[in-house]
Design a protein around this ligand. Structure first.
Ligand SMILES: [Zn+2]
Length: 56
């Protein structure tokens, strides 16, 4: 089961990394996770500000 455990850990690790990637500018930013909770959008702080000023 060691192999399965390691695989699962890797997938979780990748998923965690993806959570920090902005869907707008593709930059890795820790504010992306915060903005998912706050706004429901997977975007970084600068993209959030852009959307607030210029909503698409
Ligand atoms: Zn962004």
């Amino acid at each position: 089961m060691t192999k399965d455990d390691k695989k699962k850990f890797s997938e979780d690790d990748i998923f965690q990394d993806l959570n920090d990637i902005c869907s707008e500018c593709k930059k890795i930013d820790e504010t992306v996770t915060q903005n998912i909770i706050l706004t429901g959008f997977k975007i970084c702080e600068s993209c959030r500000i852009s959307k607030t000023i210029f909503p698409i």
